[in-house]
Ligand binder design. Structure first.
Ligand code: A3P
Length: 292
């Protein structure tokens, strides 16, 4: 499939989306939330899996064995994920006992209304654009069905134009930022997690109404470290067949650092990106760190 012809993806309400997901969009829009649902929202490649595992561990009160019982994509279903009868996030969630943890990459305007009506708690995790672009590029390389991104510079152009699934990173992070003062919402950053994971885990526990005992926090930090998650089949996606995710091309748990963009952007690309970035972000108070 050619990335250039703009037909690689479908669209929902003007946002580029995987064609398989678009076919069943009604199921997503009419999804019935429950008041005790917790929603984890991210733009793709922002650390969703990391946050999901931390939250799951908080829910299971440090029971590592329970965390290893099943793959993360079954324990924390991906709401809009759909591939005919093979993958169906909505169905997985409907069949799940409460309390559910819901993963989604939806822009704020596309989150099913039921989550707002039920006043569900929402955690938004964001990560700086340059590292997201790098991580997304490698994701494109390893997902067999995705169009060939050709080269990193070409991919970055598409990313800047918002012609990738879930559309513009800029619009995504900004629109969710506007919702940050909603008492049901917590807005956090990947870079803060990298810098001081203890502080962020405590913040998450308090937001979820849990008492952050030192012992529990220690256990969560250990179990969700990059190395632990890389070696853990229930978090590293190695249980998916190679025809879907070719981890020999690039592992899902790739580097897990802040600032890897420096190894990928040339000086010229970086200048171009920064100029465009300022334009896109000038109407927002949202600030990112691109290294820590
Ligand atoms: P890199 O490709 O930069 O390594 P998502 O889960 O949203 O798809 O995000 C994937 C990114 O999060 C990848 O980034 C992955 O390595 C990183 N990641 C996953 N688990 C992590 C952890 N425990 N600590 C730090 N980064 C992690």
């Amino acid at each position: 499939m050619d990335f250039e012809d703009n037909k690689a993806f479908g669209e929902v309400h003007g946002i580029p989306m995987y064609k398989d997901f678009v076919k069943y969009w009604d199921d997503v829009e009419t999804f019935q939330a429950r008041p005790d649902d917790l929603v984890i929202v991210t733009y793709p490649k922002s650390g969703t899996t990391w946050l999901s595992e931390i939250v799951y561990m908080i829910y299971k009160e440090d029971d590592v064995e329970k965390c290893k019982e099943d793959a993360i994509f079954n324990r924390v279903p991906y709401l809009e994920c759909r591939k005919e009868e093979k993958m169906n996030g909505v169905k997985q969630l409907q069949e799940m006992d409460s309390p559910r943890i819901v993963k989604t990459h939806l822009p704020a305007k596309l989150l099913p209304g039921s989550f707002w009506e039920n006043n569900c708690k929402i955690i938004y995790l964001s990560r700086n654009a340059k590292d997201v672009a790098v991580s997304y590029y490698y994701f494109f390389l390893m997902i067999t069905e995705f169009p060939d991104p050709e080269s990193f510079p070409k991919f970055v152009e598409k990313f800047m134009e918002g012609k990738v699934p879930y559309g513009s990173w800029y619009d995504h992070v900004k629109a969710w930022w506007e919702k940050r003062n909603n008492p049901q919402m917590l807005y956090i950053f990947y870079e803060d997690m990298k810098e001081d994971i203890r502080k962020e885990v405590i913040k998450l526990m308090k937001f979820l109404g849990r008492k952050p005992s030192e012992e529990l926090v220690d256990k969560i930090i250990k179990h969700t470290s990059f190395q632990e998650m890389k070696n853990n089949p229930s978090t590293n996606y190695t249980t998916l067949p190679e025809e879907m995710m070719n981890q020999r091309v690039s592992p899902f748990m790739r580097k897990g650092i802040s600032g890897d963009w420096k190894n990928h952007f040339t000086v010229a690309m970086n200048e171009r990106f920064d100029t465009h970035y300022e334009q896109q972000m000038k109407d927002s108070t949202l600030k990112f760190r691109t290294e820590i």
